[in-house]
Design a protein around this ligand. Structure first.
Ligand code: ACM
Length: 635
């Protein structure tokens, strides 16, 4: 009897967790109530929508998605009342007015999706939620005739926490084609992101056609081809041709903007100045403070990051010269065309990581400082940023920049994108400026997501669990100034779309939930269980993701006799860690890790793998003793 009681209490708590999690949705909805039974998608299904072109497009999108994967092609009809076996899209005069809010009601007979008048994004997000409630096979590109297309009955009331839910994609370090960016947009839309920030220019390539400055793409979009580790590759060799790269024409941009808009995603362009500008200087070297020959960097070393709190410096001057009037004429032309191409309100002007060592020596900068009464190089940068804002505002746009634009004094109307932690954002908000949070600590998805011994090497690490702790509104800050946040994917080490996907998912799930869902719904165990279900969806969609959460976290220390102590832990529950020190491959019959291990004195490596339900779930990791010694601080 007691056992039965316990079993039913357990069942109830599982069911309530299921209810809380909104039937597995990412991001978790504001309110979900599960009911008994299922709606069955079967032949004869219709989608009914009012006579509104925009809603008809959303209905067509739903019909297309269902048809593509199930082979059951719903009929899209005009109307405003439900019928049996139908999905009704409707406008609810008293619905939640928050942009993106929707209500979804699923019974065995029909499905009803509604949003307030004009809240098309809400209907679109409701469709995404509905699709997420269908079996994972809905993500497949081929019709699957064996799946039971059941949707659990229930009710969802949902709206986003923030209006800015972004992903930044760096298309400069590696170029991604229009088709590849569209694929990225498709994936973003499924998780209710509404902003794609395109980092269009950097030292490694200028990626947007500027008709009045043709050399930007004739020269700046191309570099010599290198494969390897960023910052260590060979400079262009004499006679070598720059053939690697690409750029978006105006037509390409218009196509992308429209494609994204059809999925309720804005595209924000970034032109990163005055630093990160080698590609522009390769085309127009006269814009530099430092005469010389410039080339589009193939990933060679031209900046030095000494670490230990010392300021970075350039071996080459990769900045546009703030003391050169021609630079402002140039940027006026650039921003004129950029403003015409992108309907989004904001243009990002970069402003990050400006090397100062060449400015220090420049006579032109010295003369400008005297003339403009600028006390230091921060004020020089600030002078430049303020002029950028004037240009950008004159094109009818608002300006946003990385948090370095605070240095030397913020431009009067600028918004700040806080990346060096949250402090820049906090400072900007204190000064009354709008802020978008994208701190390295939680939102840099170019960082490694597991141990460096197995992940492709990048500067730093950010595990999924940490990304899930992203809280965009710091204590004591006026929350209304925090527009939202975004994850940033820099692509120095991202050469292709498979790896682009690997770096994005599942961490972008964590960011999507941090930006959409109520703060009090944050629950790591519940989230990580949902992530695993979404891996099935990514598999069906043939989208790559990182399985790093299945691999252990390592910590090495030493005891008094300089023996290595190996400590391992997991981000998620229910996984066992098995190991060997004898060079053989461990499996589930090998010793199971339960407590810190003393590494045998003569071992060469520790091999580790994780299992769940008798199946390997993590990757085979080989940790050489030399690496363990280094991390333990043993000489
Ligand atoms: C940045 O990561 N340099 C903005």
């Amino acid at each position: 009897m007691k056992k039965q009681l316990l079993a039913s209490v357990l069942l109830l708590s599982v069911l309530s967790a299921y209810n809380q999690s909104g039937s597995g949705l990412i991001p978790v909805p504001v309110k979900y109530t599960g009911h008994k039974g299922h709606f069955k998608v079967s032949a004869g299904l219709s989608i009914i929508a009012p006579a509104d072109g925009e809603i008809k497009k959303i209905a067509d999108h739903l019909a297309f998605r269902i048809g593509k994967s199930s082979g059951i092609r719903p009929a899209v009809k005009t109307g405003s009342t439900t019928e049996p076996k139908s999905i009704l899209l409707s406008v609810n005069e008293s619905g939640n007015k928050t942009p993106g809010a929707y209500k979804l009601y699923i019974t065995e007979e029909h499905i009803m999706l509604s949003a307030s008048p004009g809240n098309y994004a809400g209907l679109f997000y409701g469709v995404q939620s509905l699709l997420q409630m269908m079996p994972a096979a809905i993500e497949s590109n081929a019709a699957n005739h064996t799946t039971q297309w059941l949707v659990p009955c229930g009710e969802i009331e949902d709206h986003p926490r923030f209006g800015w839910r972004g992903l930044m994609l760096d298309v400069s370090r590696h170029f991604f084609t229009v088709a590849e960016v569209k694929d990225y947009i498709d994936q973003m839309a499924k998780y209710k992101f509404n902003l794609l920030h395109l980092h269009l220019t950097d030292d490694q390539g200028w990626r947007i056609e500027i008709k009045s400055l043709p050399k930007l793409t004739e020269v700046g979009a191309w570099r010599v081809e290198r494969t390897g580790t960023f910052g260590t590759m060979r400079k262009p060799q004499p006679g070598e041709r720059a053939t690697y790269g690409g750029f978006y024409t105006h037509e390409d941009i218009k196509e992308l903007v429209k494609y994204a808009a059809d999925r309720y995603i804005n595209i924000m362009p970034e032109i990163d100045v005055p630093g990160h500008s080698l590609a522009a200087l390769a085309a127009y070297p006269e814009l530099s403070c430092t005469p010389g020959e410039y080339y589009v960097s193939p990933g060679d070393r031209f900046m030095v990051w000494p670490g230990g709190g010392q300021h970075f410096y350039g071996l080459l001057d990769n900045t546009i010269c703030p003391a050169n009037e021609k630079a402002y004429e140039f940027l006026d032309k650039v921003f004129t065309e950029v403003a015409q191409l992108f309907p989004f309100d904001y243009i990002h002007m970069g402003g990050d990581e400006t090397a100062r060592n060449f400015w220090e020596k420049s006579d032109a900068i010295k003369a400008m400082m005297k003339k403009e009464k600028l006390k230091n190089l921060d004020e020089v940068q600030s002078y430049f940023v303020k002029r950028m804002e004037k240009i950008i505002n004159s094109k009818g746009k608002k300006m946003i920049g990385w948090d370095e634009i605070l240095d030397g004094g913020l431009a009067p109307n600028a918004a700040v994108m806080s990346w060096r932690g949250m402090k820049g954002g906090i400072e900007a908000a204190k000064q009354g400026h709008e802020v978008v949070m994208s701190p390295t600590d939680f939102a840099y998805i170019d960082y490694m997501q597991g141990d460096a011994i197995i992940e492709p090497p990048v500067y730093s690490s950010l595990r999924l669990k940490k990304a899930y702790q992203f809280e965009p509104v710091p204590e004591g800050v006026n929350a209304s100034l925090i527009k939202g946040g975004q994850a940033n994917l820099w692509t120095e080490q991202v050469y292709n779309t498979r790896h682009l996907q690997y770096m994005t998912w599942p961490r972008a799930f964590a960011i999507a939930e941090a930006l959409w869902s109520p703060k009090e719904k944050r629950d790591w165990n519940n989230f990580s269980a949902r992530v695993e279900k979404h891996f099935e969806r990514l598999d069906a969609a043939q989208v790559k993701y990182a399985p790093s959460m299945y691999d252990p976290i390592f910590e090495f220390s030493k005891n008094d006799t300089a023996t290595i102590i190996a400590k391992m832990s997991m981000e998620i529950e229910g996984v066992s860690i098995h190991y060997s020190f004898d060079n053989s491959f461990p499996d589930q019959y090998y010793p199971k890790y339960t407590a810190p291990l003393t590494v045998p004195k003569d071992a060469a490596a520790m091999k580790v793998i994780t299992y769940r339900d008798n199946k390997p779930i993590g990757r085979m990791i080989v940790m050489p003793v030399a690496e363990m010694r280094k991390r333990a601080g043993i000489k």
